[in-house]
Ligand binder design. Structure first.
Ligand code: PMT
Length: 398
């Protein structure tokens, strides 16, 4: 997957540094040549000797090291790799790179290289969501530095949330996708919605549906692998953010609309995979609904149709909708394609255990003047084919 690719693997100080040994080993197995560079803090978490053993090369850590500099100096080292991967990348490291500091070997290399740079953040969830870190992340992304993760899950500090370093295989996939992929969507911004929405009834109850987000996350991942700059607006799901994807979490349809519409004008392609609730309770009380009468009537009001709103934007993005139908799939899908003014729609049969929360799916694509069936396959595979068709039609129109 990474045969003969030269990867400079930076390791910074954090408990996730212990995973760097496995990552280095897997990179070597994938065919890469790996040169490890560790910060001093990283050496407190894992021994350079371990990294030397698994990478097969002497580890570098000091900037002012006359012996090492006499071999491959830091500027040569910055020129050597095909890509720089820093995993884990601590909050402090993100801040240093965002601000262009060069106060140790690794930050100096990051400043001195013009090779693609990938950072795999790992930190406590509050450190990740802190506005200071988020503003550093935005700066890094603006400079074309790609972030792989972070993922969601249990953290070493005992908390659960966003900030976990992605696993070695996910990191290698993210890296390989960019280094070896055919970047048919390079330079394009893709906006994707995924997952369900939750519409509150009272402070403890909500209406929702069975969407897991798997289809939408696979679409976002496929678009990123094709070189697009991807923003994923997701309802509540239990999935890790795909590599190189910016993720915005929302709960309700109104929140999804507020996250999507202002970004849609700037996007080249919009893909609405989310199962947005068509209705919400008219009243979402701030007190728990008490048990009283035998029957309780719930009054619902229509939610905004986000896809239709984006498709109606003057000079809006290339719009791809999904249609989830229990019956008359083709007729409803074609009707939605026309009624919402879409460029393409991906129809899937639902109910009877189909599509929702499954790893596999079957899609029937329709566009004005044509259609294609994508036979049953893993959602990740279907998403790649779908994105290829989207890229072809998008480029044909532009
Ligand atoms: O998440 P998974 O478990 O992987 O399941 C995947 C999926 C079945 C949810 C996905 O493949 C899918 O079909 N998503 C669309 C579900 C849906 O709401 O379909 P719809 O036919 O009701 O809506 C048509 C289109 O309008 C969709 O693109 C939807 O995102 C969009 N929409 C709908 C209502 C609304 N208020 N705003 C919208 O933008």
């Amino acid at each position: 997957m990474l045969k003969d690719r030269r990867i400079l693997l930076g390791i910074t100080g954090g408990i996730a540094a212990y995973k760097a040994a496995e990552l280095s080993r897997r990179l070597v197995e994938a065919g890469a040549e790996v040169q490890v560079v560790m910060t001093r803090a990283a050496c407190a978490f894992i021994s350079p000797m371990t990294l030397q053993a698994v990478s097969g090369r002497a580890v570098r850590s000091e900037l002012m090291d006359p012996e090492a500099e006499a071999g491959m100096g830091h500027i040569e080292l910055a020129r050597w790799p095909d890509a720089v991967l820093v995993a884990p990348a601590s909050a402090h490291f993100l801040a240093r790179v965002a601000h262009g500091l060069a106060d140790d070997l690794l930050t100096t290399l990051c400043l001195a290289t013009d090779k693609p740079m990938f950072l795999a953040p790992a930190m406590n969830r509050l450190m990740w969501t802190n506005p200071a870190t988020q503003s550093n992340v935005s700066r890094l992304r603006e400079r074309g530095i790609r972030l792989l993760g972070p993922g969601v899950g249990a953290q070493a500090c005992g908390e659960t949330g966003v900030g976990r370093m992605l696993g070695p295989l996910e990191l290698i996939q993210g890296l390989a996708g960019t280094l070896t992929g055919d970047h048919v969507l390079e330079g394009n911004r893709v906006l994707v919605t995924a997952g369900p929405t939750r519409e509150p009834l009272d402070p403890v109850r909500f209406m929702t549906n069975r969407s897991s987000g798997k289809m939408g996350f696979a679409v976002a991942q496929a678009a990123a692998a094709m070189g697009a700059q991807v923003t994923l607006v997701s309802g509540p799901v239990a999935l890790d953010t795909p590599a190189n994807v910016e993720r915005i979490d929302v709960e309700t349809a109104a929140e999804m609309q507020a996250a999507v519409v202002p970004r849609a004008g700037d996007a080249h392609i919009f893909i609405a995979t989310a199962a947005v609730s068509d209705y919400r309770p008219l009243v979402a009380g701030d007190r728990k609904i008490k048990k009283s009468a035998d029957r309780l009537q719930l009054e619902l009001v229509r939610n905004p149709d986000i896809l239709a709103e984006v498709a109606a934007l003057p000079s809006g993005p290339f719009c791809v909708g999904f249609a989830a139908e229990t019956h008359d799939l083709e007729a409803y899908a074609r009707a939605k394609l026309t009624a919402k003014g879409l460029d393409m729609i991906a129809a899937n049969a639902v109910g009877n255990g189909l599509a929702f929360d499954r790893d596999q799916n079957t899609l029937h694509l329709f566009w004005p003047g044509g259609d294609e069936i994508l036979p049953t396959a893993a959602k990740t595979e279907l998403a790649s084919v779908l994105m290829r068709r989207v890229a072809e039609r998008f480029h044909a129109q532009n």
